[in-house]
Ligand binder design. Structure first.
Ligand code: 5GP
Ligand code: MG
Length: 172
């Protein structure tokens, strides 16, 4: 049933520090622009909540659930499992993601939102695994760069479990 998740990679204290730092940066970068914050379900639900409640500027908060499907073409296809309720036309959009791995999902989400007429689309990721990238995607805001390990906690799951762990652990 259980897995070995005894190895802590990112502490609660580091998470708090990264949220404070990014929220402060977003407040200054998005001042007077009322950004649409798009949290990517399910993994980013905690990070999104932590960020927006630290922000002091007005924001719209929405969520979408997506998956990227890699078929025969290396570009892949975006599958929308839960749609936004907000029209992003002409809006400054900030996508909040739990972790960037290959970079495929965020590349597809970004072009989808730009196709819908968003004025700008930037991506904020809690964690980044640049070693795994298959494209040149770079998040505009990044919390913590991590090595090529599978992590859980702080919203991230293994088989649907461990999302409620407060720090981030390596699954071994
Ligand atoms: P990619 O960047 O490869 O398109 O996909 C990133 C997605 O893969 C993330 O949103 C997340 O759902 C999942 N993912 C990638 N690395 C990890 C990891 O270390 N732990 C967990 N729980 N999910 C991961
Ligand atoms: Mg995800």
């Amino acid at each position: 049933m259980g897995h070995d998740i005894s190895k802590v990679l990112v502490t609660e204290e580091q998470i708090t520090e990264m949220c404070d730092r990014i929220a402060q940066q977003l407040d200054s970068d998005y001042k007077d622009r009322e950004p649409v914050i798009v949290g990517i379900l399910t993994g980013a639900f905690i990070f999104t909540a932590d960020l927006v409640r630290r922000m002091r500027i007005p924001v719209i908060v929405d969520f979408m659930q997506v998956a990227s499907y890699v078929g025969t073409e290396s570009t892949g296809e975006l599958i929308i499992k839960k749609e936004l309720s907000t029209d992003v036309t002409g809006r400054d959009v900030l996508v909040v993601e739990d972790i960037i791995d290959t970079g495929r999902t965020m590349e597809l989400v970004k072009s989808e939102l730009l196709n819908r007429g968003a004025k700008s689309v930037k991506v904020c990721a809690a964690f980044d695994k640049p070693d795994r990238r298959v494209n040149d995607f770079i998040p505009d805001y990044c919390g913590i760069v991590i090595p090529d390990e599978f992590i859980v906690g702080y919203g991230l799951d293994y088989d649907g479990k461990y999302r409620n762990i407060k720090d981030v652990r390596i699954v071994r």
